[in-house]
Design a protein around this ligand. Structure first.
Ligand code: ADP
Length: 262
């Protein structure tokens, strides 16, 4: 194992000291393969993300972005290091507890929308809660639908929606259970550039208005203009962690419906 370097701690500096840490990774190392075929996908990566941050994880192909996202989300296990979600150590959980954290505290958005074609948008959005025998919180549900601008599309089936609208439905589905954090893996990868820019802007507004935390792996260069933090990976290490200043007033003011929701 290599000696910790400045890059080991770089990802800790971008957290907002005044806000609670929703995600924290300490010294994550992930090695695939054995012997000569060994690949160090993550090399002592530490990262802290505060509530309400919209973080883009960027870097060349093979730099470890997906591995980092999967380790943070408990979908993959690091060889060493720890991941805390809302202060709880994933490594100390049994399978049942980990499943409950993934179901109740994490939301996922992928490049593919993964909507069920026979269900309406609303039925797709509410499906995870139905499966968990949970009822939606009405105020939160309405705020999510408002912030994503899909109120007039809820009765449509996915085939009647544009790609951008389908991805908004997928984002609403990830959000409706009020997760601590949403992990998004190339969410704009299947969209045309106008829909991609609009989705990024909506995600940014949502983080600001609803206090939602999003960690997004992306190649989309527009991410720099929409997120408030960019973490750059190279060869399994964090090589940059920069706050992105957004001009005042660029975000729409929070809608009245969202105020006080979180
Ligand atoms: P990125 O998402 O930035 O493209 P990945 O996290 O997918 O990077 O991969 C990081 C490194 O780990 C790459 O060298 C990749 O080939 C390797 N890797 C990823 N997953 C596996 C796996 N399941 N088995 C072996 N090597 C893997």
């Amino acid at each position: 194992m290599s000696v910790p370097t400045e890059s080991t701690y770089l990802g800790l500096s971008g957290a907002d000291p005044a806000a609670p840490r929703v995600v924290e990774a300490r010294m994550l190392t992930k090695i695939y393969g054995t012997g000569g075929a060994q690949v160090t996908a993550l090399d002592q990566v530490s990262l802290a993300v505060s509530r309400g941050q919209f973080v883009a994880v960027m870097g060349p192909s093979g730099s470890g972005k997906s591995t980092l996202l999967h380790c943070l989300a408990g979908l993959d296990t690091p060889n060493s290091g720890s991941v805390f979600i809302a202060g709880k150590d994933l490594a100390r959980m049994n399978d049942r507890q980990l499943t409950a954290v993934r179901r109740d505290q994490l939301g996922f958005v992928f490049q593919a929308f993964n909507l069920l074609p026979q269900l309406t948008a609303e039925e797709n959005i509410l499906l995870p809660l139905r499966l968990a025998h949970r009822k939606p919180e009405r105020d939160w549900y309405n705020a999510v639908i408002d912030s994503l601008g899909i109120g007039d599309r809820l009765e449509h089936r996915p085939s009647e929606l544009s790609g951008g609208q389908q991805q908004r439905v997928a984002v609403a589905r990830a959000l409706v259970g009020r997760p601590e954090v949403i992990f998004a893996d190339e969410p704009t990868g299947a969209l045309d550039s106008a829909s991609a820019a609009s989705l990024l802007e909506t995600l940014a507004r949502m983080c600001e208005a609803l206090g939602q935390t999003v960690v997004m792996v992306t190649h989309d260069q527009n991410a720099a203009g929409a997120t408030n933090r960019i973490v750059r990976l190279r060869d399994g290490r964090i090589v940059g962690d920069d706050a992105v200043a957004r001009p005042a007033g660029q975000h729409a003011a929070p809608a009245a419906a969202m105020q006080g929701v979180r």
